[in-house]
Write a protein that binds this ligand. Structure first.
Ligand SMILES: [Zn+2]
Length: 219
């Protein structure tokens, strides 16, 4: 699935510091009520206390490509960038918490400009399918990359964030958020500028050599 995120600074001012509705991350099936219709958490049976790590989100019904799975209507500004937070802009504090079952996005991927929502990826979802998330669609540079086991043909294997992929690689996997496109454009401009600088330094060195060569020639 993909998530649509707005990247306007003005938007951040409207994000509450606390979730509009209290959300306690469920840790087991006991007493669990899904936060949304259309998908739910399947809890792993691991009994060592790390169960939530391998719990997953599963679709209750089919979703067409691009169809909305959920509005991010209980989001809040993230106090710190965390495993559970989602990047919505390119400022140091542009991270939000979902405060809903969507945080069980095993390998989550966010998505379309101007809307706070999660949408199905380019192949859609079938009923009963595990919901995965394309992290680089919102995350620029992940402090701790991870080995992905989503099983998709287009799986990257190791996920580090959009900074480490080409725009073509991102677009091939679905929705690319505006802030990621902007960061990608800035990255390309920096690379071009560095190349130009390196070329001019090389030319300068050549120029010195040529001058010396000419001087040597004169002598
Ligand atoms: Zn994968």
């Amino acid at each position: 699935m993909s998530m649509s995120i707005i990247s306007l600074d003005a938007v951040k001012d409207h994000l509450p510091n606390d979730a509009p509705a209290e959300y306690l991350k469920p840790m087991s099936a006991e007493g669990y009520t899904p936060s949304h219709t259309g998908f739910h958490v399947v809890f792993s049976s691991a009994a060592n206390g790390s169960e939530s790590f391998s719990s997953k989100l599963v679709a209750d019904r089919a979703f067409a490509p691009g169809e909305r799975l959920a509005l991010l209507d209980n989001k809040s500004l993230a106090p710190v960038k965390a495993y559970s937070s989602v990047q919505f802009g390119n400022g140091p504090d542009d991270h939000l918490e979902l405060n809903s079952d969507i945080l069980f996005k095993m390998y989550l991927y966010p998505g379309a400009p101007g809307r706070w929502e999660v949408v199905a990826g380019p192949r859609g979802l079938s009923a009963g399918q595990d919901i995965t998330f394309f992290y680089p669609s919102t995350e620029w540079d992940m402090a701790q990359g991870f080995d992905c086991s989503c099983g998709a043909k287009t799986c990257l294997g190791h996920v580090y964030g959009a900074a480490h992929l080409t725009l073509e690689e991102l677009e091939a996997r679905g929705l690319v958020n505006e802030h990621i496109r902007a960061a990608k454009a800035a990255q390309a401009a920096t690379i071009r500028a560095n190349k130009a600088k390196a070329a001019s330094v090389a030319n300068g060195v050549n120029g010195v050599v040529n001058v010396n060569g000419a001087a040597n020639g004169v002598h």
